[in-house]
Design a protein around this ligand. Structure first.
Ligand code: CTP
Length: 400
């Protein structure tokens, strides 16, 4: 069921490894994927469309036009329909056509219309695979953002032994595909990340703040951006900078400003990671003039700020992911669980101030991730950059 409601195009070309496509197709359908097979003319010499349509439960597509009945297959519709396209096995000739836009068959035209992630599993004789033209074309496909499932080394149909054999076992191919699709799951998604402290003004020269450096939130934003996501980073006052082109930095000062920005961005996001150390209280009155020194005690009346994470938890749709942080000093796990529930989070990242090397200002962190199914993952003390990888991996495993 791991590919439930995933729409997959399985492209099959003229390689002896085409027989493995039937087994792979069976596995994909077993994982509840909806699979449309598109096969080249040469592919049909190796495996029959009857077998493939019986396994996929759909007619196999090969030609642009129906048999003299005026119908035609729209590669554009098909390309847009798919969540994922896999060309397995991919011959040197099909790889060359894909790399160079030679759109003379249904498979290559569909590929060129597809907007989804594309995976290519080359299968051919070792010399053909090693040939500079094939290697160059593979590099071109990689530069288009396509994922290449490297062939394995083994005995080839030619009798020679070397690199060129498509994965021996389609189960391995499926596993790889599932892994890659998890890795790819943040691509083209948009995430809101909050970071840093907030400053709550007391008078023109004073504020209430905290020691948050923003390092954790910035590291998460950069990790998300590196994995292909767009990031809206709503940041309180920090000295950090980021120059990644897919991070949009929105600077705010107070909890209220952070709330307003988060509220306007969140509906257009696939998820949010609430990393900011938002002030829980703000002065009821902001003095217009600087309060002068005196001999009397000075009492400030504070009012609670809006809980931004909890507000987003109320607004969150089925498809959105919401993650929060809990910085605790005592009863860490039970306090974190309470926050997970009350803010309607998908998971919470707990860091305890009792752990050496965790918390504000430092470059390291030691976290526990607790999700809403009460899975608990304990991590070692790591750099905040490495912690960001663990957190983004958790996001990927949820949205896969
Ligand atoms: N948070 C928020 N808005 C607030 C307060 C907190 O979005 N006004 C978010 C934080 O970014 C974090 C989570 O809520 O992801 C938990 O923050 P934390 O300060 O640990 O907990 P609080 O809910 O503020 O509770 P307390 O301070 O009493 O422990």
């Amino acid at each position: 069921m791991r590919l439930k409601s995933k729409k997959i195009i399985l492209g099959i070309t003229g390689s002896i490894a085409a027989y493995k496509a039937a087994m792979l197709l069976r596995l994909l359908v077993k994982e509840s994927a909806e699979v449309q097979v598109v096969i080249t003319q040469a592919g049909k010499e190796f495996i029959t469309p009857v077998t493939l349509s019986a396994l996929s439960g759909k007619p196999v597509i090969s030609e642009f036009f129906g048999a003299n009945d005026g119908t035609w297959n729209s590669h554009v519709d098909l390309g847009l329909w798919a969540d994922l396209m896999l060309v397995a096995p991919a011959t040197a000739s099909t790889i060359a056509k894909m790399a160079n836009g030679i759109a003379d068959n249904m498979l290559v035209t569909t590929y060129m219309s597809a907007k989804c992630p594309v995976f290519v599993a080359p299968a051919m004789d070792l010399d053909m695979f090693a040939h500079p033209s094939t290697q160059k074309n593979i590099e071109i496909l990689k530069s288009f953002g396509n994922s290449i499932i490297e062939p394995s080394v083994g005995e080839l149909a030619s009798g020679l032994t070397g690199k060129g054999r498509e994965w021996k076992n389609p189960k391995i191919l499926l596993k790889l595909l599932l892994n890659i699709s998890i890795q790819e799951s943040t691509k083209r998604k948009t995430f809101l990340v909050t970071a840093g402290p907030t400053y709550e003004k007391i008078d023109p020269v004073r504020f209430l703040g905290n020691f948050s450096s923003g390092k954790m939130g910035y590291a998460i934003s950069e990790e998300l951006a590196d994995s292909g996501a767009n990031v809206i980073l709503v940041s309180g006052p920090v000295s950090l900078k980021t120059n990644k082109k897919n991070i949009q930095l929105v600077k705010v000062e107070s909890a209220d400003e952070m709330y307003v920005k988060c509220l306007s961005w969140f509906p257009n996001c696939d998820g949010a990671v609430m990393c900011a150390a938002v002030a829980d209280f703000t002065p009821v009155v902001v003095e217009k003039k600087k309060t002068k020194r005196g001999s009397e005690n000075w009492s400030l009346e504070l009012q609670p700020t809006i809980d931004i994470a909890a507000k987003l938890g109320e607004l969150k749709s089925e498809k959105q992911i919401l993650a929060g942080f809990a910085l605790e000093t005592n009863d860490e796990i039970s306090n974190a669980k309470k926050k997970l529930e009350s803010k309607n989070l998908d998971f919470i990242v707990l860091n305890s101030l009792n752990e050496e090397g965790a918390g504000f200002q430092v470059d390291t962190n030691k976290i526990t991730i607790i999700d809403k199914s009460n899975n608990q993952q304990f991590f070692e003390l790591k750099s905040k950059k490495e912690v960001a990888v663990d957190i983004v991996n958790k996001i990927k495993s949820i949205i896969k």
